[in-house]
Write a protein that binds this ligand. Structure first.
Ligand code: FPP
Length: 255
């Protein structure tokens, strides 16, 4: 029997990992396949990454599956992505539920076809009491749209200007109840935020890898977690330790 690979425990694990799953198209092109084959391979990989997140003890995983701008892609690709999501719900929901995964949707359901909308709502309802991993799927999601939506709701609720705080805004976002991401992973080497969690990313650590999403496996996730564990998060402050550390190469007496 193949030996299960073991990973050295890390000094800290992020509570919330968010991922821009980029590079499916390039993965497919490199193999002479249509773009949708890349999205299918990316979907297969997602299953592996979800399992790895559960194993590493990550509590929240947010994935960017379809942006408000992705409607501009060729019609065939858009409808292909819609049917991939529908298939995933049909085929994978029971297993995700068994693994203790709670599904959340962030973005707007309105523009999706009614059948897909009902499947998404039913999946959310079925898994709502699961707590092992909260999987937030950003689908028809845009960070600017999310903020505009929050402002509209605040105005229609009659929120007074003096009551507008960071915390209140957070409550009006699609991600309410989900802590801000600790680390945002972007595959395929692009260094862009692409309208993803633009409010919530304020103090996230970024990890960009050239690996294309379908190849971003458990080892790759572990590498991102190792890098995260080494980062010093300062949230704009100066940490006491960095004030006390002498200049490299100088002894205290030589200062
Ligand atoms: C970006 O790669 C990927 C997407 C826009 C779609 C990601 C969607 C999935 C993996 C489907 C799974 C989703 C769920 C919820 C089951 P790209 O097409 O921009 O790649 P490229 O930059 O190489 O062209």
């Amino acid at each position: 029997m193949a030996q299960e690979k073991t990973y050295k425990p890390l000094s800290k694990i992020p509570t919330h990992v968010a991922v821009i799953m980029d590079g499916n198209g390039r993965w497919a092109r490199a193999r002479g396949l249509p773009r949708l084959a890349g999205h299918r391979a990316g979907t297969e990989n997602l299953r592996r990454v979800i399992t790895a997140c559960v194993e590493f003890g990550i509590q929240y995983l947010t994935i960017y599956a379809f942006s408000t701008e992705n409607w501009e892609r060729p019609q065939e690709e858009v409808s292909g992505l819609m049917s991939i999501v529908e298939d995933v719900i049909d085929r994978e929901l029971d297993e995700l539920h068994r693994q203790g995964v709670q599904l959340r949707h962030i973005g707007r359901l309105e523009r999706l076809n009614p059948q897909l909308q009902s499947k998404v709502l039913a999946a959310i309802e079925k898994t709502k009491n699961n707590t092992r991993l909260i999987l937030a799927i950003a689908f028809n999601y845009g960070g600017r749209d999310e903020i505009a939506c929050a402002i509209r709701h605040m105005i229609s609720d009659g929120v007074k200007p003096e009551d507008v705080t960071d915390e209140l805004i957070g409550k009006y976002l699609f991600t309410h109840g989900i802590p801000d991401p600790d680390i945002i992973v972007r595959t395929s080497g692009e260094m862009r935020i692409s309208n993803f969690l633009i409010w919530q990313a304020a103090y996230a650590e970024w990890y960009v890898t050239p690996t294309l999403w379908p190849d971003f496996d458990k080892d790759e996730l572990y590498k991102a977690l190792v890098e995260y564990a080494q980062r010093e998060r300062r949230y704009g402050r100066v940490l006491e330790t960095s004030e006390c550390v002498p200049d490299v190469g100088k002894t205290p007496a030589g200062r």
